[in-house]
Design a protein around this ligand. Structure first.
Ligand SMILES: *Cc1c(COP(=O)(O)O)cnc(C)c1O
Length: 404
Protein backbone atom coordinates (compact mmCIF):
# COMPACT_ATOMS: atom_id res chain seq x y z
CA UNK A 1 0.00 0.00 0.00
CA UNK A 2 1.25 3.50 -0.83
CA UNK A 3 0.52 6.02 1.90
CA UNK A 4 1.37 9.68 1.56
CA UNK A 5 1.49 11.36 4.97
CA UNK A 6 3.51 14.44 4.07
CA UNK A 7 0.69 16.80 3.25
CA UNK A 8 2.23 19.73 5.14
CA UNK A 9 5.05 19.66 2.57
CA UNK A 10 2.74 19.46 -0.42
CA UNK A 11 -0.50 17.81 -1.48
CA UNK A 12 -1.87 15.86 -4.41
CA UNK A 13 -3.69 18.10 -6.88
CA UNK A 14 -7.41 17.35 -6.64
CA UNK A 15 -8.57 15.81 -9.97
CA UNK A 16 -11.40 18.39 -10.08
CA UNK A 17 -8.74 21.11 -9.95
CA UNK A 18 -6.77 19.55 -12.84
CA UNK A 19 -9.96 19.37 -14.85
CA UNK A 20 -10.76 23.05 -14.22
CA UNK A 21 -7.24 24.06 -15.31
CA UNK A 22 -6.97 22.05 -18.52
CA UNK A 23 -8.80 24.34 -20.98
CA UNK A 24 -6.51 27.23 -20.05
CA UNK A 25 -3.37 25.53 -21.36
CA UNK A 26 -4.26 24.99 -24.98
CA UNK A 27 -7.74 26.34 -25.67
CA UNK A 28 -8.07 29.64 -23.83
CA UNK A 29 -4.41 30.56 -23.92
CA UNK A 30 -4.39 34.24 -24.92
CA UNK A 31 -2.59 36.80 -22.81
CA UNK A 32 -5.23 38.29 -20.50
CA UNK A 33 -3.65 41.73 -21.04
CA UNK A 34 -4.32 41.56 -24.80
CA UNK A 35 -7.35 43.40 -26.06
CA UNK A 36 -8.44 40.82 -28.63
CA UNK A 37 -10.88 38.01 -27.99
CA UNK A 38 -8.14 35.46 -27.33
CA UNK A 39 -7.00 37.54 -24.41
CA UNK A 40 -10.35 38.60 -23.05
CA UNK A 41 -11.68 35.03 -23.21
CA UNK A 42 -9.90 34.28 -19.93
CA UNK A 43 -11.31 37.25 -18.03
CA UNK A 44 -14.43 35.54 -16.63
CA UNK A 45 -12.30 32.68 -15.30
CA UNK A 46 -9.86 35.08 -13.61
CA UNK A 47 -12.72 37.03 -12.04
CA UNK A 48 -14.24 33.77 -10.82
CA UNK A 49 -10.95 32.67 -9.25
CA UNK A 50 -10.52 36.01 -7.49
CA UNK A 51 -14.05 35.72 -6.11
CA UNK A 52 -13.32 32.19 -4.92
CA UNK A 53 -10.29 33.54 -3.06
CA UNK A 54 -12.27 36.38 -1.42
CA UNK A 55 -15.04 34.06 -0.36
CA UNK A 56 -12.70 31.43 1.09
CA UNK A 57 -11.10 33.89 3.53
CA UNK A 58 -14.17 36.15 3.86
CA UNK A 59 -12.31 39.23 2.63
CA UNK A 60 -14.09 42.48 1.87
CA UNK A 61 -14.30 43.52 -1.78
CA UNK A 62 -12.30 46.63 -0.86
CA UNK A 63 -9.35 44.39 0.01
CA UNK A 64 -6.89 43.04 -2.54
CA UNK A 65 -5.89 39.47 -3.30
CA UNK A 66 -2.81 39.38 -5.54
CA UNK A 67 -1.54 36.16 -7.10
CA UNK A 68 2.16 35.46 -6.71
CA UNK A 69 4.43 32.60 -7.81
CA UNK A 70 4.34 30.99 -4.35
CA UNK A 71 3.97 31.83 -0.67
CA UNK A 72 7.73 32.30 -0.43
CA UNK A 73 7.32 35.24 -2.82
CA UNK A 74 4.36 36.61 -0.84
CA UNK A 75 6.37 36.46 2.41
CA UNK A 76 9.43 38.08 0.78
CA UNK A 77 7.25 40.77 -0.74
CA UNK A 78 5.67 41.86 2.54
CA UNK A 79 8.89 41.89 4.54
CA UNK A 80 11.05 43.60 1.90
CA UNK A 81 8.42 46.14 0.96
CA UNK A 82 7.64 47.10 4.54
CA UNK A 83 11.40 47.55 4.95
CA UNK A 84 11.51 49.87 1.92
CA UNK A 85 8.31 51.76 2.79
CA UNK A 86 8.55 52.12 6.57
CA UNK A 87 12.23 51.70 7.40
CA UNK A 88 14.31 53.00 4.46
CA UNK A 89 11.73 55.70 3.69
CA UNK A 90 10.18 56.04 7.14
CA UNK A 91 10.85 56.41 10.83
CA UNK A 92 10.73 52.79 11.96
CA UNK A 93 13.49 50.20 12.31
CA UNK A 94 12.04 47.11 13.97
CA UNK A 95 10.24 43.89 12.98
CA UNK A 96 8.75 41.35 15.40
CA UNK A 97 8.51 37.70 14.36
CA UNK A 98 8.94 34.26 15.98
CA UNK A 99 11.73 31.72 16.23
CA UNK A 100 9.75 29.09 14.37
CA UNK A 101 8.57 30.82 11.21
CA UNK A 102 8.99 29.14 7.84
CA UNK A 103 12.46 29.71 6.29
CA UNK A 104 10.89 32.09 3.73
CA UNK A 105 10.22 34.47 6.63
CA UNK A 106 13.28 33.69 8.77
CA UNK A 107 15.83 33.97 5.95
CA UNK A 108 14.27 37.20 4.74
CA UNK A 109 14.48 38.58 8.29
CA UNK A 110 18.16 37.59 8.45
CA UNK A 111 18.71 39.42 5.16
CA UNK A 112 16.97 42.49 6.56
CA UNK A 113 19.13 42.31 9.71
CA UNK A 114 22.17 42.50 7.40
CA UNK A 115 20.64 45.71 6.03
CA UNK A 116 20.48 47.17 9.55
CA UNK A 117 16.91 46.30 10.54
CA UNK A 118 16.34 45.21 14.15
CA UNK A 119 14.44 41.93 14.31
CA UNK A 120 13.00 40.33 17.44
CA UNK A 121 12.53 36.55 17.16
CA UNK A 122 10.00 35.71 19.86
CA UNK A 123 10.54 32.39 21.63
CA UNK A 124 7.64 29.95 21.73
CA UNK A 125 6.18 28.45 24.89
CA UNK A 126 6.00 24.74 25.73
CA UNK A 127 3.02 24.41 23.40
CA UNK A 128 5.03 25.75 20.48
CA UNK A 129 3.14 29.04 20.19
CA UNK A 130 3.71 32.67 21.15
CA UNK A 131 1.08 34.16 23.41
CA UNK A 132 -0.52 37.46 22.47
CA UNK A 133 0.67 39.29 25.60
CA UNK A 134 4.26 38.38 24.70
CA UNK A 135 3.82 40.00 21.30
CA UNK A 136 2.39 43.11 22.97
CA UNK A 137 5.38 43.46 25.27
CA UNK A 138 7.87 43.52 22.39
CA UNK A 139 6.14 46.11 20.21
CA UNK A 140 7.82 49.53 20.46
CA UNK A 141 7.37 52.95 18.87
CA UNK A 142 9.87 51.81 16.26
CA UNK A 143 8.08 48.60 15.27
CA UNK A 144 7.03 48.65 11.62
CA UNK A 145 5.67 45.11 11.28
CA UNK A 146 4.67 42.02 13.21
CA UNK A 147 4.95 38.82 11.12
CA UNK A 148 3.61 35.69 12.83
CA UNK A 149 2.40 32.48 11.21
CA UNK A 150 -1.24 31.38 11.64
CA UNK A 151 -0.30 27.72 12.09
CA UNK A 152 3.09 26.04 12.22
CA UNK A 153 4.07 23.63 9.44
CA UNK A 154 5.93 21.17 11.70
CA UNK A 155 3.68 20.94 14.75
CA UNK A 156 0.36 22.14 13.34
CA UNK A 157 0.03 24.40 16.41
CA UNK A 158 -2.32 27.35 15.88
CA UNK A 159 -1.23 30.80 17.04
CA UNK A 160 -3.65 33.29 18.68
CA UNK A 161 -3.90 35.32 15.49
CA UNK A 162 -7.13 37.10 16.38
CA UNK A 163 -5.70 38.51 19.63
CA UNK A 164 -2.37 39.39 18.02
CA UNK A 165 -4.27 41.16 15.23
CA UNK A 166 -6.19 43.23 17.77
CA UNK A 167 -3.00 44.24 19.54
CA UNK A 168 -1.36 45.31 16.27
CA UNK A 169 -4.44 47.30 15.29
CA UNK A 170 -4.51 49.03 18.68
CA UNK A 171 -0.79 49.83 18.48
CA UNK A 172 -0.96 50.96 14.85
CA UNK A 173 1.57 48.36 13.72
CA UNK A 174 1.22 46.44 10.45
CA UNK A 175 0.41 42.75 10.88
CA UNK A 176 1.37 40.00 8.43
CA UNK A 177 0.53 36.34 8.88
CA UNK A 178 1.91 33.40 6.93
CA UNK A 179 -1.35 31.44 6.74
CA UNK A 180 -0.08 28.70 4.43
CA UNK A 181 -0.82 25.96 6.98
CA UNK A 182 -4.16 27.47 8.02
CA UNK A 183 -6.01 28.24 4.80
CA UNK A 184 -7.97 25.18 3.70
CA UNK A 185 -7.24 23.37 6.98
CA UNK A 186 -9.04 25.52 9.57
CA UNK A 187 -11.50 28.43 9.23
CA UNK A 188 -9.83 31.70 8.20
CA UNK A 189 -12.36 34.52 8.47
CA UNK A 190 -10.94 37.98 7.82
CA UNK A 191 -14.21 39.69 8.71
CA UNK A 192 -13.41 38.73 12.31
CA UNK A 193 -9.61 38.61 12.31
CA UNK A 194 -7.65 41.80 11.66
CA UNK A 195 -4.61 41.25 9.46
CA UNK A 196 -3.03 43.65 6.98
CA UNK A 197 -1.26 40.98 4.90
CA UNK A 198 -1.82 37.23 4.63
CA UNK A 199 0.17 34.70 2.58
CA UNK A 200 -1.31 31.57 1.00
CA UNK A 201 -0.03 28.74 -1.21
CA UNK A 202 -2.19 26.60 -3.52
CA UNK A 203 -0.11 23.43 -3.32
CA UNK A 204 -0.79 23.10 0.41
CA UNK A 205 -4.53 22.68 -0.24
CA UNK A 206 -4.65 20.36 -3.27
CA UNK A 207 -3.94 23.04 -5.85
CA UNK A 208 -0.94 23.25 -8.20
CA UNK A 209 2.62 24.10 -7.14
CA UNK A 210 4.03 27.41 -8.29
CA UNK A 211 1.18 29.71 -7.34
CA UNK A 212 0.44 31.59 -4.15
CA UNK A 213 -1.41 34.73 -3.18
CA UNK A 214 -1.06 37.70 -0.90
CA UNK A 215 -4.12 39.22 0.73
CA UNK A 216 -3.67 42.97 1.28
CA UNK A 217 -6.10 44.86 3.51
CA UNK A 218 -7.98 47.78 2.00
CA UNK A 219 -5.83 50.80 1.27
CA UNK A 220 -2.56 49.27 2.47
CA UNK A 221 0.22 50.44 0.23
CA UNK A 222 2.96 47.98 -0.55
CA UNK A 223 5.84 48.73 -2.90
CA UNK A 224 5.91 46.07 -5.64
CA UNK A 225 8.59 43.40 -5.55
CA UNK A 226 8.25 42.85 -9.31
CA UNK A 227 8.10 45.94 -11.53
CA UNK A 228 7.04 45.63 -15.13
CA UNK A 229 3.85 45.71 -17.15
CA UNK A 230 1.59 46.87 -14.32
CA UNK A 231 -0.34 43.62 -14.03
CA UNK A 232 -2.68 43.11 -11.07
CA UNK A 233 -3.26 46.82 -10.72
CA UNK A 234 0.49 47.48 -10.73
CA UNK A 235 0.93 45.47 -7.54
CA UNK A 236 2.72 42.54 -9.16
CA UNK A 237 3.90 42.51 -12.75
CA UNK A 238 4.25 39.42 -14.91
CA UNK A 239 1.80 37.84 -17.35
CA UNK A 240 -1.02 36.27 -15.36
CA UNK A 241 -0.64 32.52 -14.96
CA UNK A 242 -4.23 31.81 -15.94
CA UNK A 243 -4.35 27.99 -15.59
CA UNK A 244 -2.78 28.16 -12.13
CA UNK A 245 -4.97 31.05 -11.04
CA UNK A 246 -8.02 29.01 -12.09
CA UNK A 247 -6.59 26.00 -10.24
CA UNK A 248 -5.92 27.95 -7.05
CA UNK A 249 -9.46 29.35 -7.09
CA UNK A 250 -11.00 25.93 -7.58
CA UNK A 251 -8.75 24.33 -4.94
CA UNK A 252 -9.50 26.94 -2.27
CA UNK A 253 -13.22 26.70 -3.00
CA UNK A 254 -13.25 22.93 -2.52
CA UNK A 255 -11.00 23.04 0.56
CA UNK A 256 -13.05 25.65 2.39
CA UNK A 257 -16.50 24.32 1.47
CA UNK A 258 -18.04 22.68 4.59
CA UNK A 259 -14.66 23.03 6.22
CA UNK A 260 -15.94 22.00 9.67
CA UNK A 261 -17.06 18.64 8.28
CA UNK A 262 -13.79 18.13 6.44
CA UNK A 263 -11.84 19.01 9.59
CA UNK A 264 -13.83 16.54 11.68
CA UNK A 265 -13.28 13.74 9.18
CA UNK A 266 -9.52 14.31 9.03
CA UNK A 267 -9.22 14.80 12.80
CA UNK A 268 -11.00 11.49 13.43
CA UNK A 269 -8.35 9.65 11.39
CA UNK A 270 -5.50 11.67 12.87
CA UNK A 271 -6.72 11.04 16.42
CA UNK A 272 -7.10 7.33 15.79
CA UNK A 273 -3.54 7.16 14.46
CA UNK A 274 -2.13 9.25 17.30
CA UNK A 275 -3.99 7.29 20.00
CA UNK A 276 -2.83 3.99 18.51
CA UNK A 277 0.82 5.07 18.40
CA UNK A 278 0.75 6.54 21.91
CA UNK A 279 -0.86 3.45 23.42
CA UNK A 280 0.92 0.85 21.29
CA UNK A 281 4.45 2.13 21.89
CA UNK A 282 6.43 3.10 24.97
CA UNK A 283 8.54 6.25 25.25
CA UNK A 284 6.84 8.13 22.44
CA UNK A 285 5.63 11.70 22.74
CA UNK A 286 3.50 13.96 20.58
CA UNK A 287 3.81 17.73 20.51
CA UNK A 288 1.04 20.15 21.46
CA UNK A 289 -2.60 19.98 22.52
CA UNK A 290 -4.78 18.50 19.81
CA UNK A 291 -7.52 21.04 20.45
CA UNK A 292 -5.18 23.80 19.31
CA UNK A 293 -3.61 21.98 16.39
CA UNK A 294 -4.52 21.79 12.70
CA UNK A 295 -6.61 18.61 12.36
CA UNK A 296 -4.19 16.79 10.04
CA UNK A 297 -0.85 17.01 11.87
CA UNK A 298 1.10 14.83 14.31
CA UNK A 299 4.70 15.49 15.36
CA UNK A 300 5.85 12.42 17.26
CA UNK A 301 9.13 11.69 18.99
CA UNK A 302 10.36 8.17 19.58
CA UNK A 303 13.07 7.82 22.17
CA UNK A 304 16.00 5.79 20.88
CA UNK A 305 15.06 6.10 17.20
CA UNK A 306 16.76 8.60 14.89
CA UNK A 307 14.23 10.43 12.72
CA UNK A 308 16.17 9.63 9.54
CA UNK A 309 16.30 5.92 10.31
CA UNK A 310 12.59 5.92 10.92
CA UNK A 311 11.94 7.76 7.64
CA UNK A 312 14.03 5.16 5.84
CA UNK A 313 12.02 2.28 7.28
CA UNK A 314 8.73 4.04 6.56
CA UNK A 315 9.90 4.80 3.03
CA UNK A 316 10.69 1.13 2.51
CA UNK A 317 7.11 0.42 3.56
CA UNK A 318 5.98 2.95 0.90
CA UNK A 319 4.93 5.46 3.56
CA UNK A 320 5.94 9.08 2.93
CA UNK A 321 6.53 11.08 6.12
CA UNK A 322 8.92 13.81 7.19
CA UNK A 323 11.28 14.74 9.98
CA UNK A 324 9.98 18.29 9.92
CA UNK A 325 10.51 21.08 7.44
CA UNK A 326 11.07 19.53 3.98
CA UNK A 327 13.46 22.35 3.19
CA UNK A 328 15.75 21.31 6.05
CA UNK A 329 15.60 17.55 5.80
CA UNK A 330 18.81 17.17 3.82
CA UNK A 331 20.93 17.96 6.85
CA UNK A 332 20.76 15.79 9.91
CA UNK A 333 20.12 18.64 12.29
CA UNK A 334 17.84 18.39 15.29
CA UNK A 335 14.31 19.63 14.66
CA UNK A 336 14.56 23.33 15.52
CA UNK A 337 10.90 23.65 16.38
CA UNK A 338 11.19 20.83 18.89
CA UNK A 339 14.26 22.43 20.43
CA UNK A 340 12.34 25.72 20.62
CA UNK A 341 9.51 24.12 22.60
CA UNK A 342 12.00 22.72 25.09
CA UNK A 343 12.61 19.16 23.93
CA UNK A 344 16.02 17.77 24.79
CA UNK A 345 18.50 17.23 21.98
CA UNK A 346 17.82 13.51 21.74
CA UNK A 347 14.06 13.96 21.40
CA UNK A 348 14.58 16.71 18.85
CA UNK A 349 16.48 14.21 16.68
CA UNK A 350 13.61 11.78 16.76
CA UNK A 351 10.71 13.92 15.55
CA UNK A 352 8.59 12.40 12.80
CA UNK A 353 5.85 14.47 11.22
CA UNK A 354 2.79 12.66 9.92
CA UNK A 355 0.43 14.97 8.02
CA UNK A 356 -2.85 13.67 6.62
CA UNK A 357 -5.19 15.05 3.99
CA UNK A 358 -8.83 14.67 3.08
CA UNK A 359 -7.73 11.87 0.73
CA UNK A 360 -6.22 9.77 3.56
CA UNK A 361 -8.27 6.59 4.10
CA UNK A 362 -8.99 4.45 7.17
CA UNK A 363 -7.26 1.49 5.51
CA UNK A 364 -4.14 3.64 5.11
CA UNK A 365 -4.23 4.56 8.80
CA UNK A 366 -4.45 0.87 9.78
CA UNK A 367 -1.48 0.07 7.58
CA UNK A 368 0.60 2.96 8.97
CA UNK A 369 -0.09 1.94 12.57
CA UNK A 370 1.16 -1.58 11.85
CA UNK A 371 4.25 -0.56 9.91
CA UNK A 372 5.16 2.31 12.23
CA UNK A 373 5.14 0.01 15.26
CA UNK A 374 7.22 -2.67 13.57
CA UNK A 375 9.74 -0.06 12.38
CA UNK A 376 10.14 1.27 15.93
CA UNK A 377 10.69 -2.25 17.30
CA UNK A 378 13.26 -3.01 14.63
CA UNK A 379 15.17 0.23 15.08
CA UNK A 380 15.16 0.04 18.87
CA UNK A 381 16.43 -3.53 18.76
CA UNK A 382 19.52 -2.37 16.84
CA UNK A 383 19.94 0.90 18.76
CA UNK A 384 22.96 0.83 21.04
CA UNK A 385 21.80 3.71 23.19
CA UNK A 386 18.13 2.94 23.72
CA UNK A 387 18.46 0.01 26.13
CA UNK A 388 21.02 1.84 28.26
CA UNK A 389 19.47 5.28 28.67
CA UNK A 390 15.84 4.24 28.57
CA UNK A 391 14.24 6.96 30.69
CA UNK A 392 11.38 6.49 33.09
CA UNK A 393 7.98 7.46 31.76
CA UNK A 394 6.91 11.00 32.62
CA UNK A 395 10.46 12.33 32.79
CA UNK A 396 11.67 15.65 31.48
CA UNK A 397 9.77 15.27 28.24
CA UNK A 398 6.37 15.45 29.90
CA UNK A 399 7.25 18.82 31.37
CA UNK A 400 7.95 20.51 28.07
CA UNK A 401 4.53 20.34 26.50
CA UNK A 402 5.20 16.98 24.99
CA UNK A 403 2.42 14.55 25.71
CA UNK A 404 2.31 10.82 26.20
C1 LIG B 1 5.07 25.53 2.42
C2 LIG B 1 5.12 26.74 3.27
C3 LIG B 1 5.55 27.96 2.75
C4 LIG B 1 6.12 28.11 1.35
O1 LIG B 1 5.14 27.99 0.37
P1 LIG B 1 5.62 27.91 -1.17
O2 LIG B 1 4.37 28.25 -1.92
O3 LIG B 1 6.06 26.51 -1.38
O4 LIG B 1 6.68 28.92 -1.36
C5 LIG B 1 5.54 29.06 3.57
N1 LIG B 1 5.09 28.98 4.84
C6 LIG B 1 4.66 27.82 5.37
C7 LIG B 1 4.18 27.80 6.77
C8 LIG B 1 4.66 26.67 4.61
O5 LIG B 1 4.23 25.52 5.14
Amino acid sequence: MNVYLDNNATTMVDPAVVEAMMPFFSEIYGNPSSLHRYGTASHPAITKAINQMYKAINASDKDDVVFTSCATEANNWVLKSVWIDKILHGEKNHIVTTEIEHPSVLSTCKFLEDQGVKVTYLPVNDQGIVEAHTVRSFITEKTALVSIMWANNETGMIFPIQEIGEICKEKGVLFHTDAVQAVGKIPVDLSVVHVDFLSMSAHKFHGPKGIGALYIRESQKLTPLLHGGEHMGGRRSGTLNVPYIVGMGKAIEIATENIEEKMAAIAAKRDRLEDALLSGLTDVFTVGDRANRTPNTILISIRGVEGEGMLWDLNNALIGASTGSACASEDLEANSVMLAIGADNELAHTGIRLSLSRFTTDAEIDYVIERFESAVSRLRAISSSYAIVQPTAGGAAAECGIHH
